[in-house]
Design a protein around this ligand. Structure first.
Ligand code: SF4
Length: 362
């Protein structure tokens, strides 16, 4: 690092510390030049300002991938099967109910239900599934259907987006997972995915928030995007958050290359240090989103430990079943006892929550 860059880094760090807003260009300099430990320290201060208790939360839920049939082609995806493929499936509802019962037996509170963009399932299929889950299990928390799936429901049904979301809410939908965002900047995104555009993803979230359906927000990086795209992605989220306040958590993870077409061009995973730098910048840039979760599932528990001192107030999920990123090579596994042990070893009190970040035990 040059002395000029060091001075710039010190100045930027000092401005971040006192809450002086940085331009996007200055954030790019900061993520290049401010030392990792300093970024983590600054992000940790934001965490303590927003969450003064020494608590780290986690959730037990079940990832239900109701179908892998998908009419889109995303070069980073190892999960989907094209319509008509012999390995394509739609889970029978009875199998989903059985998964939910196992989830409750393991101390879980809800399901994260996501699938491919099925070209034939009518809106009624999703409504019936949600309402039947709520009827059978009144306490279940339904965190379901990422924006690309909701855009697909709009296209298949021919209904306005707001009507689709309202009908899902009426059927029992509690909140929307922020999956399918990856990098929202359409000039880049269109080279990687044929699913919904970044503008449509944001439109789903803003419409949902305005209907009282809250959501998480995500970023997946390390698939050949420019660093500017990562900052622009976060700015797009920040703009929606300023209007709606509807994002209750932000989660970032890195591209998992195994078994994906894109993995042949980008076979290397983002290094730990780079992930942590961006994690810290995410907490600092998106300080209007209250909860920041470190995705131990993709990054591993050692990275999770460091992130707990660099902005994270949540260690994510004991995913009872996870098919999408494990298909692409993320194979980290942990039990509830392991996660609680990690949280305690780092000096925090573990608290189980539901998908809405409401505490279930203390
Ligand atoms: S990422 Fe989602 S939309 Fe894209 S191919 Fe995979 S299942 Fe389909």
């Amino acid at each position: 690092m040059s002395s000029t860059a060091s001075a710039t880094a010190a100045e930027l760090a000092a401005r971040i510390e006192v809450g002086d807003p940085l331009s996007d260009e200055e954030w790019l300099v900061a993520v290049h030049e401010v030392p990792t430990d300093e970024l983590l320290r600054l992000a940790d201060a934001v965490r303590w300002r927003l969450h003064p208790e020494p608590v780290v939360s986690y959730v037990i839920d079940r990832n239900v991938n109701y179908s892998n049939v998908c009419s889109a082609i995303c070069s980073f995806c190892a999960f989907y099967r094209k319509p008509g493929h012999p390995e394509g499936y739609v889970l029978p509802n009875e199998q989903i109910f059985q998964s939910v019962e196992e989830m409750f037996e393991l101390g879980g509170s809800g399901v994260l239900m996501q699938g491919g963009l099925h070209p034939d399932l009518p809106l009624d299929y999703y409504e019936t599934l949600l309402s039947e889950l709520k009827r059978r299990y009144p306490s279940i928390y339904l965190h379901c259907f990422s924006p690309p799936e909701i855009i697909n429901m709009r296209d298949v049904s021919g209904l306005p987006l707001g009507d689709v979301l309202q009908r899902l809410k009426n059927a029992g939908l509690d909140s929307i997972p922020g999956g399918g965002a990856e990098i929202l900047v359409d000039s880049f995104r269109k080279r990687r995915a044929t699913k919904c555009t970044g503008v449509e993803w944001l439109e789903v979230m803003e419409t949902a928030h305005n209907l009282g359906i809250r959501s998480t927000a995500t970023m997946m990086f390390g698939m050949g995007e420019k660093l500017e795209h990562r900052i622009e992605h976060m700015r797009m989220l920040k703009d929606v958050q300023a209007r709606t306040g509807g994002f209750y958590a932000f989660i970032m993870w890195t591209f998992q290359p195994d078994n994906t077409p894109l993995g042949r061009a980008y076979p290397d995973r983002i290094p730990e240090d780079e992930f942590l730098r961006w994690f810290a910048v995410g907490r600092l840039y998106l300080d209007t989103i209250p909860n920041h979760q470190v995705s131990w599932l993709t990054q591993g528990l050692d990275v999770g430990r460091r992130a707990l001192h660099g902005g994270a107030n949540d260690l994510g999920s004991i995913m009872i079943e996870e098919n999408v990123i494990s298909a692409a090579g993320a194979n980290h596994k942990a039990t509830e006892d392991m996660l609680r042990g990690v949280i305690e070893a780092e000096g925090f009190r573990p608290v189980k929550r539901n998908a809405a970040y409401e505490r279930l035990s203390d």
